[in-house]
Write a protein that binds this ligand. Structure first.
Ligand SMILES: [Zn+2]
Length: 242
């Protein structure tokens, strides 16, 4: 998958040392533009419904997150909300309110220092499994892209609540994606390209699993095979960007 434009520009630098894969010379303006491009990509790929999804990226000790209920085609870089990760609840900079789901974005960054970007969508097939409260299991080796032999599904909690945020962080333990009960999915990555790649792979895996279940009983791969594949993916991830 192609990464965003990563050109060298003058301007403030951020993220020394983390997130690990963002070049130190990528400016916040570059990052704002990439978030918007990823929002539009999410809809173009058919993994999001309208503006129900949201995307964020870590920038130094804050996060940039898409504003609430704003058409992605009308999004401009300065419309994104900037929220310090250690600020009092809900504090933000910007002309528009952040996504109503800002809380789990913030709490995931707080809990997971290696995470640099988060994609949340109500992608159809992933959400179907969340409605059934069924985890995705190792019926295909690509489950390893999410760090282990399953992608968990949380209980239900209303959107925007601390309860949902706690469930999301717990469901993501040792994983890079989670299904939110009767809601949708979250995929995380070191950067936006990786988080989006995982969101697409998760929806594809959910779709394949749904279709396999429709005509039979998929075989579940053993845990040790998935553990080996998780290790191989660590090398694969580094090759995605040249
Ligand atoms: Zn949602």
């Amino acid at each position: 998958m192609a990464g965003g434009r990563l050109g060298v520009k003058a301007g403030p630098r951020f993220g020394a040392g983390r997130p690990p894969r963002y070049p130190a010379l990528m400016t916040e303006e570059d990052l704002r533009r990439e978030i918007i491009a990823r929002c539009r990509e999410m809809n173009r790929l058919g993994i999001n419904q309208g503006t129900s999804g949201n995307i964020s990226a870590r920038v130094a000790d804050a996060m940039l997150v898409t504003p609430t209920a704003t058409d992605y085609d009308l999004l401009a870089p300065d419309m994104l909300a900037r929220m310090p990760l250690d600020a009092p609840d809900g504090a933000y900079e910007g002309p528009r309110q952040p996504s109503s789901e800002w809380r789990f974005h913030r709490d995931i960054y707080r809990a997971r220092p290696e995470v640099g970007a988060i994609v949340h969508t109500h992608a159809t097939y992933a959400t179907i499994f969340s409605m059934l409260r069924r985890p995705l299991v190792a019926t295909h080796y690509m489950i390893a892209a999410f760090g282990g032999p399953d992608v968990r599904c949380t209980d239900y909690a209303p959107y925007g609540t601390p309860e949902l945020s706690a469930l999301a962080v717990e469901g993501l333990r040792d994983r890079t994606a989670v299904l939110l009960g009767s809601h949708g999915m979250i995929a995380v990555g070191a950067d936006l390209a990786e988080a989006m790649w995982r969101a697409v792979e998760l929806e594809t895996l959910a779709k394949m699993t749904h279709l396999a279940l429709a005509i039979g009983t998929p075989v579940v791969l053993p845990d040790d095979e998935i553990a080996r594949t998780v290790e191989r993916f660590k090398g694969y991830g580094l090759q995605k960007k040249s």
